[in-house]
Design a protein around this ligand. Sequence first.
Ligand SMILES: NC(=O)c1ccc[n+]([C@@H]2O[C@H](COP(=O)([O-])OP(=O)(O)OC[C@H]3O[C@@H](n4cnc5c(N)ncnc54)[C@H](OP(=O)(O)O)[C@@H]3O)[C@@H](O)[C@H]2O)c1
Length: 209
Amino acid sequence: MAHNTTVTVNVALSLNGMMAGRNGRRVRISGNEDMERVHRLRAESDAILVGARTIINDNPYLGINEKYLMSDRRPARIILDEHLRIPENSNVLNDQQETIIFSSSSREELGHARIVRREKEGLYMEKILDDLGSMGFRNILVEGGRDVINQLIRSRRIDHFYIYLGNIIIEEDGMPLFRHSHEMKLKFLEVSGLGEGVIINLDPQSLYI
Ligand SMILES: NC(=O)c1ccc[n+]([C@@H]2O[C@H](COP(=O)([O-])OP(=O)(O)OC[C@H]3O[C@@H](n4cnc5c(N)ncnc54)[C@H](OP(=O)(O)O)[C@@H]3O)[C@@H](O)[C@H]2O)c1
């Protein structure tokens, strides 16, 4: 079935495949060159999607540096937060960009964010992506975390998958992105050096088998 949204996943991994440290501790894996690449990816997107625990653990702004903006329009921030657990003072709830929270909560707003209320079945990833398409979002950049990215893999709705592989090893009880129970061979479309790390353009189709 043809879909009207393009989904791009971007994630930074340590050399041993971790997204974060023990108990989700935030680790800076990317360098400045990679942050510039991420800002460019944000500028090409009309929405940036993340899960609630990324907001709770990392408290990002998901903003975009002026110099990368291609128009006046900044990408909207989309938070998946079924139980509305993110703190009211989260940076992402500022008034700098539109923010939309998908939740089962009956609240209508949190900070400057609008809440889109959905029951359990409306929070399946496929439904959320279709909803975002109906709202006019065409290019969606997914910036984590593990739970959200793995739902997207299961839904087979990823068009582009970029991994920044950093020159760092994280403790073995950190948070690996992939927790497959079997061996899988993947396809790299392109690999290039960036700063002190490597960018892998991974073929998402090779994850679906
Ligand atoms: N290295 C990187 O590039 C990178 C990027 C981003 C994040 N991270 C790391 O990843 C960690 C977070 O990953 P994570 O897997 O723990 O969490 P996550 O994917 O950020 O968020 C998961 C939570 O979001 C809510 N959620 C997920 N899917 C939903 C849906 N379809 N509808 C509504 N709500 C939904 C759920 O909240 P409820 O449990 O309340 O239902 C779920 O527990 C952080 O520690 C962060 O440091 C790393």
